[in-house]
Ligand binder design. Structure first.
Ligand SMILES: NC(=O)c1ccc[n+]([C@@H]2O[C@H](COP(=O)([O-])OP(=O)(O)OC[C@H]3O[C@@H](n4cnc5c(N)ncnc54)[C@H](O)[C@@H]3O)[C@@H](O)[C@H]2O)c1
Length: 321
């Protein structure tokens, strides 16, 4: 059996509770791969994490290798093939007597975390390690991590697959077609309410989804707002942010990177811009991606209407702030 090492931060959190069993069940990396988990939590939460570890053992998955729990990112990053960076400090938490509410404070606190994680993964992770940032603000955290990794052979991504899955679900309901029929859903830009889910370039049976729906009012005022605000809709309903669907999207992203992409489609994640579509180089930006011969490439030459270009400019400007 092949063996791989998967680092997961925020391992005692909500998303990880749904994510971890699927990493070792054989579903994500295949039935011939043993998965060694390197679980990272902050010291006060290590005892709680032990409870999750006991449950993982009790699942009895034959693809489960060793399980390490630690609060030392350097120890966990050693030889990692994948790093799923789920842990981050959410808005509203009180640190040293100060409630973290402002975007600037949030970035400051998380910036420190992702600086250390980037350095550890860059120096200790495998040369071809793949890193998926889930913890918000995901694009900015990924930018900080990548810059500090000082290692351009590793692939840093921020997750937009949940937004793409949400967009596909809404299109599926509207068109009465199955999710599998909907190809090439792109989330352009930032994983935030400025993201742009692109129905012009998504297709069903080779035809543009926006042409099939043929209702710009629905697309611009119902669909767009619903997808952009879905995170908030879920928080309002369940009193906690999306967890099972976020874990599912992380699994989708790993599978999309691990396996070559089918002919007629692509997937969505944010990667460092190489200047494609006029986005400033280096920004971690949501793009249409394909995996070919194990390498992730940005899909080129998609046509963008003026409406789409204007939306992409808004999300680009937010990332430049
Ligand atoms: N990209 C997306 O689509 C998406 C979707 C949903 C949620 N999220 C984000 O994912 C993150 C996690 O969500 P959750 O519901 O699991 O939150 P959660 O609060 O249940 O869990 C987060 C865990 O991270 C841990 N943590 C904090 N700092 C850490 C550090 N430095 N190292 C290791 N662990 C650390 C915390 O102790 C906590 O257990 C949040 O930032 C959330 O906003 C992103």
């Amino acid at each position: 059996m092949k063996e791989i090492n998967v680092l997961v931060t925020g391992a005692a959190g909500q998303i990880s509770y749904s994510l971890l069993p699927r990493l070792i069940s054989g579903e994500t990396f295949g039935s011939n791969t043993k998965v060694n988990l390197k679980l990272v939590e902050i010291p006060p939460v290590l005892d709680k994490l032990q409870g999750t570890v006991l449950e993982l053992v009790d699942c009895g998955f034959s693809n489960c290798g060793s399980i390490m729990s630690t609060s030392d990112i350097n120890e966990a990053a050693e030889d990692c093939d994948w790093a799923l960076l789920v842990g981050s400090i959410p808005r509203g938490i009180t640190i040293n007597g100060k409630k973290i509410e402002e975007r600037g404070d949030l970035l400051h606190v998380n910036g420190g975390i992702f600086t250390d994680q980037g350095k550890a993964i860059g120096t200790k992770g495998k040369e071809d390690a793949k890193i998926l940032v889930v913890g918000n603000p995901a694009n900015t955290n990924a930018l900080i991590g990548k810059s500090n990794s000082n290692n351009n052979s590793q692939l840093w991504m921020a997750m937009t697959a949940l937004d793409a899955n949400r967009a596909k679900a809404q299109v599926s309901i509207k068109t009465n077609r199955s999710i599998e029929d909907i190809k090439g859903m792109t989330i352009w830009g930032n994983h935030s309410p400025t993201m742009y889910p692109d129905l012009d370039n998504a297709s069903i049976d080779g035809k543009s989804v926006s042409e099939i729906i043929n209702d710009s009012n629905w697309i611009e005022n119902d669909f767009l707002v619903r997808v952009q605000q879905r995170g908030k809709e879920i928080i309002d309903a369940r009193g906690a942010s999306s967890a099972a669907s976020a874990a599912n999207a992380a699994i989708d992203t790993v599978k999309n990177v691990e396996n070559d992409t089918e002919e007629d489609t692509w997937f969505s994640a944010a990667v460092a811009s190489d200047g494609s579509y006029g986005v400033p180089e280096g920004l971690i930006f949501g793009y249409p991606l394909r995996t070919e011969n194990g390498k992730v490439e940005i899909v080129q030459d998609l046509e963008l209407k003026d409406y789409a270009k204007a939306k992409i400019e808004i999300t680009t400007n937010e990332l430049l702030e």
